[in-house]
Design a protein around this ligand. Structure first.
Ligand code: GLN
Length: 562
């Protein structure tokens, strides 16, 4: 079978859920036994989002092969339960860089280099290359941004050409839009969608499917109107109502008939659908028996997208343990100002996620101290491990003059230092220790027990590491290296002895968590948090039991007349 291509564009506004829709389409096809791969085309000129501020871009998702990519790749991997490679993330920056490099080499033999055909050819080559490299039946391509943006024009032109070259049977265009709700007249508006489709047509792309995001149900009348005005079949107008959980979206799209529509239109033989497992998992997600209050202490908490995979990993581990997880986004600068005892009281567990630079670091150290002294389950991710080591060492040496050399180069006790391989690195883009590396787990540790294995492989994104000079001394004092690189040279995981669950990882376990396959450390963390909660409830109920006997009899008296 020739590779088929599905192109997903967005209209009206950004953040309508195009990434989730794309990921969900992948799930629908995969659940029919069709192999898929997803590629994101980002119109910005950065080569990758690794150099962008989380405020600009949200989380940087790292693939196993070490690419720093858009957070939508996280959704794709989680919905497909499939690792993606660096080819899944393409930016205008990469495209222009490749074209200009070729021009400098003289590959174009005196020709004038232009957006069409040189840039568009490079884009098409990346898309087709994805098909070849993956061998997938279907390549789903999501175009970042919104139709009408100047910077996405070359991508749309490349797609227009590909639709012609590959043939109508082998490509499908899906446009995701928003139907705004006007409260005064209590109606959904279709006009912005009509305009957006007109914009798309003006670049030569007629959509086959329009997925319409809305906050209230879409009536048949509206569906017919969009069908007529935008020239798509009525069953190809797919209502996409805002759902309590993103994981419901594949089920909503399936219900609306999108999976069948796609396989019919692309003429793909599909095995029987199997979304039962997904459905059962979503059921458990929506109806948990227990609940947890978890603090995530970071400096970008105003924009939780900066910690997207952490949030999803907590959800996955929650479902595994039949628990809802209520995340409290705690600003680390606030922790430094207000006492942790105030901000973190009543938390069943604390996470300090990754980060860079000095701002907010002291608050993270304070949160770590609170977790250690109060036996609160703690999971430190990358900078969260480093904060945990700094806190432990400050206590151990009895001085505040302990730090990571990233934050205080002249510190008396540099417990976290630059990786050797980073000493001569000057460029900022794509130069960290990135991607998957193997890790050996230390027998007899909580870490090893959580993994249930002797080794693992985890994704990294950092320049600094635990300073081995302190390894033995700290191990004697109760902070042990529970995971190292196979040669033992790099500390990858630390844990605190005599604490129910206090683990820090130099890598990012959150990037590997999947629905139905939570990351073992998140799973262990959530379990420890539930145990702590159960213990403290028992304690408070036995404490309450004694004096409350009198109260109980008083209340039964007061109930007596009824
Ligand atoms: N800034 C730290 C380092 O580079 C931690 C990085 C991170 O949290 N991803 O090592």
């Amino acid at each position: 079978m020739a590779t088929k291509y599905i192109f997903v564009t967005g209209g009206v506004v950004s953040s309508v859920g195009k990434g989730i829709t794309t990921a969900s389409i992948g799930r629908l096809l995969k659940s029919r036994g069709i192999s898929v791969v997803v590629q994101k085309l980002d119109p910005y000129l950065n080569v990758d989002p690794g150099t962008m501020s989380p405020y600009q871009h949200g989380e940087v998702f790292v693939t196993a092969d070490g690419a720093e990519t858009d957070l939508d790749l996280g959704h794709y991997e989680r919905f497909l339960d499939q690792d993606l490679s660096r080819s899944s993330s393409v930016s205008s920056g990469q495209i222009y860089q490749a074209v200009i490099q070729r021009e400098r080499r003289g590959d174009y033999l005196g020709r004038t280099i232009q957006p069409i055909p040189h840039v568009t050819n490079e884009i098409k080559e990346r898309i087709r290359g994805m098909g070849r490299e993956s061998g997938a039946d279907v390549v789903i391509v999501e175009v970042g941004g919104t139709v009408g943006d100047i910077e996405s024009q070359p991508f749309l032109e490349a797609i227009r050409q590909m639709r012609k070259e590959e043939g109508r049977d082998d490509t499908l265009a899906i446009h995701v839009t928003l139907l705004p709700y006007i409260s005064t007249t209590a109606e959904l508006k279709t006009k912005p969608t009509q305009h957006s489709v007109r914009e798309l047509r003006s670049v030569g792309i007629q959509p086959d499917v329009i997925a319409c995001r809305s906050d209230i149900p879409i009536s048949d009348e509206i569906r017919d109107k969009i069908s007529l005005f935008c020239d798509v079949e009525p069953q190809a107008v797919i209502p996409l109502m805002t759902m309590p959980s993103i994981y419901q979206v594949p089920l909503v799209l399936e219900e609306a008939g999108l999976g069948d529509f796609i396989t019919d239109r692309l003429n793909i033989a599909s095995a029987s659908k199997d979304l039962d497992e997904w459905k059962a998992w979503v059921e458990r997600l929506l109806n948990p028996q227990h609940s947890l209050e978890i603090a995530v202490v970071g400096k970008y908490v105003e924009l939780p997208d900066a910690y997207l995979s952490v949030k999803e990993a907590l959800i996955h581990a929650g479902v595994q343990n039949d628990s809802g997880v209520h995340i409290h986004w705690v600003h680390s600068e606030e922790v430094a100002k207000t006492k942790s005892e105030v901000l973190l009281a009543n938390m069943d567990g604390i996470i300090v996620p990754g980060g860079f630079g000095e701002r907010g670091f002291e608050g993270k150290v304070d949160a770590t101290r609170y977790a250690r002294l109060n036996n609160v389950p703690y999971l430190g991710l990358c900078l969260g491990l480093q904060a945990m080591v700094v806190e432990f060492a400050r206590d151990h040496f009895g001085t505040e003059d302990v730090n990571s050399t990233e934050l205080a180069p002249e510190t008396a006790y540099p417990v976290i230092t630059l990786l050797d391989e980073q000493q001569r690195v000057v460029d900022k883009g794509g130069t960290m220790r990135l991607g998957s590396y193997p890790c050996r787990l230390e027998p007899g540790t909580i870490t090893r027990e959580a993994y249930g294995a002797n080794e693992t492989s985890e994704r990294h994104r950092h320049r600094y590491e635990f300073n081995n000079e302190f390894r033995e001394e700290f191990a004697r004092a109760g902070l042990i290296a529970s995971g190292t690189s196979p040669d033992g040279g790099l500390v990858e995981i630390c844990e605190i002895r005599n604490h129910p669950f206090m683990i820090g990882t130099q890598f990012h376990p959150e990037l590997r968590s999947r629905p139905g396959r939570p990351h073992p450390l998140f799973d262990g963390f959530v379990r420890a948090a539930l145990e702590r909660k159960a213990r403290s409830r028992k304690k408070s109920s036995t404490a309450a039991d004694r004096p409350s006997r009198r109260k109980a009899s008083a209340s039964s008296r007061s109930r007596a007349p009824h």
